[in-house]
Design a protein around this ligand. Structure first.
Ligand code: F6R
Length: 335
């Protein structure tokens, strides 16, 4: 279908790679601050969902510095994640972390962030280069988790990597249940703007990933929200324009067994109350034992949906020209 499909198929081998690299030794930290943008930054959200049961708080910062006052007080381990190593917001925040004397570890293929890590003698995991950052999730998340392991912030994740890699390998095989589900959902979303709902730490974070993958691969608008919060605001938003929204939008709900028991009832009632104005076109439940596998299972379905939507729209999923143009405009302003 596209080179992006090959990149998505690489998720299993990326996770296996992460299982085999050495976890750097970086003391003991139960407070972590991941900084990164876009396809790199979301690895922090995924890491937060995995680290939470270990009593580790992973905060995620997506933007420029300076380091916020709470972080100056609590001194988290800063994990700077940038696939290219050249993302200006990530660099700016990392410089601020350095100047504030916070401990820093870096996940990157190189660039200016890689150079800064070498100059400062920070722990660094070097990723294989050559992919779109959003297609390198297995490397980015895998390396971030190995950093957390090296900081005693999560337990050894290697068994989880193996299970998740096995799942990802099977899921992308032609004719798999995951493909069938993706085809069903992409078909139901045809001509509609996707709205992705999640209902807990795992399904919520993957709802965000579905949204950004649809944005970047299919070049389509998409939005995400989480239950139960959306039941306190967004649920009322379908009242005034049903004749527009019913033909234009489609909701996909993601679920995971880590969602609160009440969320399943909320999904049913919310669907009943809103589906005349905004059709609910599909539901996807996670698979697997480890949180990592459950994250990966929902992620692969979404990645495939985004590719199928790209195909429907007749666009190449790989290039993100508008992002590149914006980066160039900003760079020009600096000259
Ligand atoms: C491109 C992509 C983007 C980048 C973002 C930050 O595939 O996913 O969202 O991830 O522009 O760049 P990096 O990841 O190099 O720090």
């Amino acid at each position: 279908m596209s080179d992006m499909l090959t990149q998505i198929k690489g998720l299993a081998s990326q996770l296996r790679w992460a299982a085999e690299i050495d976890a750097p030794s970086i003391g003991t930290h139960s407070e972590v601050l991941c900084v990164g943008m876009g396809g790199s930054g979301i690895s922090g959200d995924y890491a937060a969902a995995i680290a939470e049961p270990f009593g580790t708080r992973v905060s995620v910062h997506k933007g420029y510095g300076p380091v916020p006052p709470w972080a100056i007080r609590l001194r988290p381990l800063v994990v700077a994640v940038s696939y290219s190593g050249n993302t200006e917001e990530t660099l700016d925040f990392t410089v601020s972390a350095r100047d504030t004397g916070l401990p820093v570890a870096v996940v990157t293929t190189g660039g200016r962030l890689g150079k800064m890590a070498e100059d400062e003698d920070w722990a660094k995991i070097d990723l294989p280069a050559g992919l779109q950052p959003r297609a390198a999730l297995g490397y980015l998340l895998g390396a971030a988790l190995r950093v957390l392991e090296g900081a005693h912030a999560v337990d050894d994740q290697r068994l989880a990597f193996v299970e998740a890699a096995e799942f990802a390998g099977r899921a992308v095989e032609e004719g798999s249940d995951t493909w069938k589900k993706a085809e069903e959902i992409a078909g139901a979303l045809s001509g509609r703007i996707p709205i992705i709902y999640g209902g807990g730490p795992i399904s919520g974070v993957v709802a965000q990933r579905w949204k950004t993958q649809i944005n970047e691969n299919a070049k389509m608008p998409a939005w995400w929200s989480v239950l139960p919060e959306l039941d306190h605001n967004e649920i009322t938003s379908w009242e005034t324009m049903p004749e527009v929204t019913k033909d234009l939008l489609g909701v996909v709900a993601l679920t995971d067994r880590g969602d609160h028991d009440r969320v399943a009832s909320r999904i049913d009632f919310t669907r009943d109350l809103t589906s005349d104005a905004v059709p609910w076109v599909g539901q996807v439940g996670s698979s697997g034992t480890f949180p990592l596998t459950r994250l990966v299972s929902l992620t692969v379905t979404g990645d495939l949906v985004s590719l199928l939507l790209a195909e429907q729209a007749g666009v190449d999923p790989v290039p993100v020209n508008t992002i590149e143009k914006l980066k160039k405009l900003l760079a020009k302003e600096d000259e």
